[in-house]
Ligand binder design. Structure first.
Ligand code: PEP
Ligand code: CO
Length: 434
């Protein structure tokens, strides 16, 4: 029997150890009584939008920071993120002639799974940073102790972020100059002629255009289960449990064990769910995951987010698609070309634009040849001009990385790299339309 707290009797990974359990309980009691961040009708709207994706009539664009931070919280950053996601959505909409479902990694993306329990710096060893909802990035013994008060701070920052996002999405006019300038500066007119013509045209008539909707959804990794439990409530009307901390939640590559607490917990909430799938995944487990998380085989409920790495995807993905297609499971397939392509240069995590592009290209090609719909893309990106990933039209080299490296966790595409990728994906979507 599933209950909000039944996950506690399952094996669990990647959780902080709070030194004071009473303190944690007090915080969670408070959180349980605080208002929801999102609403049932919005969650249902997202599922309906995802049903369109599963019927090959829409495309999913999910993206944002690897991890949100308390220090970087300001309206300019939120505006930049909103803008880049919409600009990418516009590029993708015109290539596919279908709507793009926009989901941010935002307003709750605060907890991180870590490969290593401890971090070493200048001979000192401390517990790893696990995201601002848990401990502090500062390399200091006290600051790295998990502190429950951070849970409330993350909640309130999410409240404010959503308030800003809701206001932005009411505003119909979007300044597309940035896309047009990007095309001009980088002389992409020839390569993407049709697309840039359509975008210019849209630019002139955007007041009458209904193709682009401003609807925007939120998502994060459901990692810190005490937080997720406190935000999960029974909806009176449907008599179902929903998680009201985000419209969509996903389970990470490190916590998707079929017998683990995370899969069990999310099997009981009605929100659309994502699962990250890495190269070591066993196909039988994937079938079981789909059966546990989506026992009624509902459309628009489950997104498998593939993150194999550019060098592995060609060997692994065709078999997965072949087997899963035979099972008749309702699944949306999306590609995360970031997490399988992380490398370290001079002690900084980075990713090469070419590898990212290559994995996306393979994903589309394999999907088309296996008769599967490539339904979406999942990116770590920012609307800022950071230098965290190598390559792209800006020709960022490994020597430029320290110039503007702001991420507290994984490297993000900058604004130009994100736009360039949108054009590349647009072309791949167009190929499938022919
Ligand atoms: C992430 O999306 O930031 C992440 C940690 O991904 P994964 O679980 O795929 O490694
Ligand atoms: Co990441």
């Amino acid at each position: 029997m599933w209950r909000k707290d039944s996950w506690k009797s399952y094996p669990i990974k990647q959780q902080p150890v709070y030194p004071n359990q009473n303190h944690l309980e007090k915080v969670l009691n408070k959180l349980e009584k605080l208002p929801p961040l999102v609403f049932t009708n919005e969650i249902k709207n997202l599922q309906n939008a995802l049903i369109e994706v599963s019927r090959k009539k829409a495309f999913l664009l999910q993206g944002g920071d690897c991890v949100e931070s308390f220090d970087d919280f300001n309206i300019i950053n939120i505006n930049n993120m909103f803008k880049i996601l919409f600009q990418m959505a516009i590029i993708l909409t015109f290539s596919g002639d279908f709507p793009v479902v926009k989901i941010g990694r935002i307003a709750g993306q605060f907890a991180k799974p870590r490969s290593l329990e401890f971090e070493e710096y200048q001979g000192k060893i401390l517990p790893s940073f696990r995201g601002d909802i848990i401990n502090d990035f500062k390399f200091d013994e006290k600051e790295r102790v998990p502190n429950p008060d951070r849970i409330l701070k993350a909640y309130y920052q999410s409240v404010k972020t959503l308030k800003i996002l809701r206001n932005f999405s009411k505003n119909k006019l979007l300044n597309l100059n940035q896309i047009l300038n990007f095309i001009k500066i980088n002389k992409l007119d020839n390569k993407y002629q049709d697309l840039s013509a359509k975008i210019s045209q849209y630019f002139c008539i955007q007041n009458d255009c209904n193709t682009i909707t401003n609807t925007f959804y939120t998502s994060h990794e459901a990692l810190l289960l005490p937080y997720e439990q406190a935000m999960t409530r029974l909806d009176d009307l449907t008599n179902q449990f929903y998680n009201y901390s985000a419209h969509m939640l996903w389970i990470g590559e490190r916590t998707r064990d079929i017998n683990g607490a995370h899969i069990h917990f999310l099997s009981g909430v009605k929100n659309p769910i994502g699962v990250k799938i890495g190269p070591s995944a066993k196909i039988d487990d994937l079938i079981k995951i789909a059966q546990i998380l989506n026992p009624d085989n509902e459309e628009g409920r489950l997104v498998f987010i593939m993150r194999m790495g550019a060098d592995k995807i060609d060997q692994i993905l065709p078999n997965i698609f072949k087997r899963l297609s035979k099972e008749g499971l309702n699944l949306i397939y999306s590609i995360d070309p970031m997490h399988g392509n992380t490398i370290k240069v001079d002690n900084l995590k980075t990713r090469e634009f070419d590898k990212i592009s290559k994995e996306i290209q393979s994903f589309f090609e394999i999907s088309y040849s296996e008769g599967v719909f490539p339904g979406g893309i999942h990116l770590e990106m920012t609307g800022k001009k950071v230098t965290e990933c190598i390559g792209g039209v800006g020709n960022i080299t490994k020597y430029d990385l320290r110039e503007c490296y702001e991420s507290k966790c994984d490297p993000r595409l900058n604004v130009e790299q994100a736009l360039e990728l949108a054009f590349l994906i647009a072309n791949l979507i167009k190929k499938g339309k022919k």
